[in-house]
Design a protein around this ligand. Structure first.
Ligand code: CA
Length: 239
């Protein structure tokens, strides 16, 4: 069954554009144009994911989020204005699963939605971020001859130990846990540095370079794939 998404966004053109893109991806979509209507629909309806603008008439997005988490917790991605760091922090503290900064590339929003549904959705059979899915029951993630042991915090390639810094390890772990899902720089940054980290997202590119120099270059493989304008992914099948 298609996931049902609710868009709460007062910019009707933007809401309509996102709706069309989402419908094109096969999602079922509903819209609300102000905070009160959005909250009412979110509580009365049954949505898999909510896209919630922060700057809304009636009731602002953070207040909608607060009441929603109280009355009917539903995975929510916030749409925030550029540089509204405090809103992002309050939103994530308030229970949002992710945020995206306007203006955004639709591909990035779609990638965030796929990740959010996979990690938090009702039918998230592949909830890879937890430790209790089939192959991950022992906290071991693999890609070809690479093996990451979450409990021992150990990475090997064909039996050879690879020394990684804490952040390199976290980033590799995140990519391996979400194989075949493109993770945006913002998502990686949040997982690796914490969501309140205020800095450049190109920091992620630097860590990717370190990982490639320690793994891809040494073992002559193409483990980490760059998806231009979106982020990074480790694919199950080597391309
Ligand atoms: Ca708005």
């Amino acid at each position: 069954m298609a996931a049902h998404l609710l868009i709460v966004e007062d910019e009707e053109k933007l809401a309509r554009f996102v709706e069309l893109e989402l419908q094109h991806e096969g999602y079922e979509v509903s819209k609300a144009f102000d905070g009160r209507e959005g909250l009412k629909m979110a509580i009365e309806g049954d949505y898999d994911l909510i896209l919630l603008d922060i700057m809304l008439p009636g009731l602002n997005g953070l207040e909608v989020l607060r009441r929603l988490m109280q009355d009917k917790p539903t995975p929510t991605i916030l749409l925030t204005a550029r540089d509204a760091v405090m809103d992002k922090v309050s939103g994530l503290d308030g229970g949002a699963v992710d945020y995206i900064t306007k203006p955004f590339a639709i591909e990035e929003l779609l990638a965030r939605i796929r990740v959010a549904l996979k990690l938090h959705g009702k039918n998230s059979a592949g909830a890879l971020n937890t430790n209790d899915t089939e192959q991950n029951s022992e906290g071991i993630y693999t890609w070809q001859k690479l093996r990451l042991d979450e409990k021992k915090r150990e990475v090997t390639y064909d039996g050879h130990g690879i020394t990684l810094t804490n952040r390199e390890f976290l980033m590799l772990e995140m990519l391996l846990k979400n194989k075949d899902i493109v993770l945006s720089r913002d998502t990686l940054l949040e997982k690796v540095c914490g969501y309140d980290y205020v800095g450049e997202t190109n920091m992620i590119d630097v860590y990717i370079r370190y990982l490639r120099s320690k793994i891809d270059d040494v073992y002559d493989v193409n483990m980490i794939t760059t998806v231009r304008g979106v982020g990074y992914v480790i694919k199950s099948e080597q391309q």
